[in-house]
Ligand binder design. Structure first.
Ligand SMILES: C[S@@+](CC[C@H](N)C(=O)[O-])C[C@H]1O[C@@H](n2cnc3c(N)ncnc32)[C@H](O)[C@@H]1O
Length: 374
């Protein structure tokens, strides 16, 4: 079976987390800004879409070349064997991006690439006039960086953060792959307790439970490759069955609490949809009243920050309460994501390590307090 140059995309700053996940799936990787490259065939495309917890997308790099003018861009694109990839009725939108390159106009880059593909398909399929584009979606993209052009095909469809277990609601939930990345930055592997004392709609404890139970995060959804006419349809079924057979029971408790009962109801529904409701103990409790007899685990949480949910003063009062109640739990490694630069001051302790992250467009810090294990 054909081997492809594949790559994953991810949120800024998570390249090493995704690379580590790929390596633990058995791939050799090379990393650049926003992308991790690896090689594989159709089965690997299915495996990575199904199993990667922290990436956004899996793409096939179709062709790479240098172009400093539009005629080279057209000719090199035309030279690719598009009929091998795209059936005559394929819908194939082209997304263009260009950074620090001679060909800087993204709309022009996009339309030249589209035109070259349309012309080549018309020639290969002996068609005159418009192609129908009424069939399956093959999302293409052209990315130019310092005059190097990459043509790629997306195999994922809607981004991998859309696991399919979440119900819509009004709050400020973390994206699922972002939550999984936060957990992957901790030592959590399911063998020790996990606590989120401000769990909101439950993204962190649900992602923790999926890790603990070895449930593939792509279990509930379809991917773009499912609709490619040259893709072996038995592979998805085969790997999904294999994944289901690898699910295991949780070894350690997962606790999730929040002050707001209505958001806990959303969290429970999400956990139910993800098949992990019985693995998470949900409880309505304010941080100031939080107690636990668990030890030697991991606490991961994203408390409200002034900018988004509450005013800064209210948030900082909560950080003080967190300091009083959670700081003494020294057998836990503790990880808090917030955009408030005064978090450590309010919490009452300097973090062992701070990591700058982007939660969407919002710059935040991930404050890490390492455990003193008993
Ligand atoms: C930014 S949200 C967490 C979002 C969550 N990670 C998710 O993905 O849905 C912060 C949560 O802290 C909760 N919260 C605010 N004050 C609290 C308090 N004093 N005690 C416990 N939870 C509190 C809010 O109800 C809200 O659900």
């Amino acid at each position: 079976m054909e081997e492809y140059q594949l790559y994953t995309t991810m949120g800024a700053g998570f390249e090493s987390v995704v690379a580590k996940e790929l390596q633990s799936l058995g791939y050799e990787t090379t990393t650049e800004n926003g992308r991790v490259f690896f090689k594989g065939g159709q089965k690997d495309i299915v495996r990575c879409n199904l199993w990667l917890r922290t990436a956004d997308r899996v793409k096939i790099l179709l062709k790479e070349f240098t172009a400093k003018d539009f005629s080279t861009l057209y000719d090199e694109t035309y030279a690719y064997d598009w009929a091998m990839l795209l059936p005559v009725d394929a819908a194939f939108p082209v997304k263009g991006r260009s950074v620090r390159s001679k060909l800087h106009s993204e709309p022009d880059v996009q339309s030249i690439v589209k035109k070259a593909i349309v012309d080549k398909m018309a020639a290969q399929y002996h068609r005159r006039g418009k192609l129908p584009e009424s069939g399956s979606l093959y999302q293409l993209d052209v990315n130019i960086y310092k005059d190097t052009v990459r043509l790629s095909l997306d195999t994922t469809g809607s981004s991998l953060f859309k696991r399919g277990y979440r119900i819509e609601h009004g709050g400020a939930p973390l994206k699922e792959n972002f939550a999984a990345s936060l957990i992957k930055l901790t030592p959590y592997d399911g063998t020790h307790p996990f606590i989120d004392p401000m769990c909101g709609s439950g993204t962190l404890p649900i992602e923790a439970a999926l890790i603990a139970r070895n449930i593939a995060p792509g279990t509930w959804r379809k991917f773009a490759f499912d609709y490619f006419d040259w893709f072996d349809p038995s592979l998805h079924e085969e790997l999904l069955e294999e994944a289901k057979s690898q699910v295991k029971p949780a070894e350690a408790p997962i606790w999730a609490s929040d002050i707001d009962q209505s958001i806990l109801e959303v969290a429970k529904l999400n956990a139910h949809n993800a098949g992990v409701l019985q693995d998470i103990r949900f409880k309505q409790v304010a941080v100031k009243d939080f107690t636990t007899d668990l030890e030697n685990g991991v606490i991961v949480s994203n408390p409200p920050y002034g900018k988004r949910l509450k005013d800064k003063q209210g948030a900082e009062e909560l950080y003080r309460q967190m300091g009083e109640v959670l700081r003494p739990l020294t057998s836990f490694s503790q990880y808090y994501l917030t955009a408030d630069p005064d978090f450590e001051k309010c919490f009452g302790q300097k973090a062992s390590k701070k990591r700058k992250l982007y939660n969407g467009n919002l710059r935040a810090d991930y404050y890490q307090f390492w455990a003193k294990r008993k």
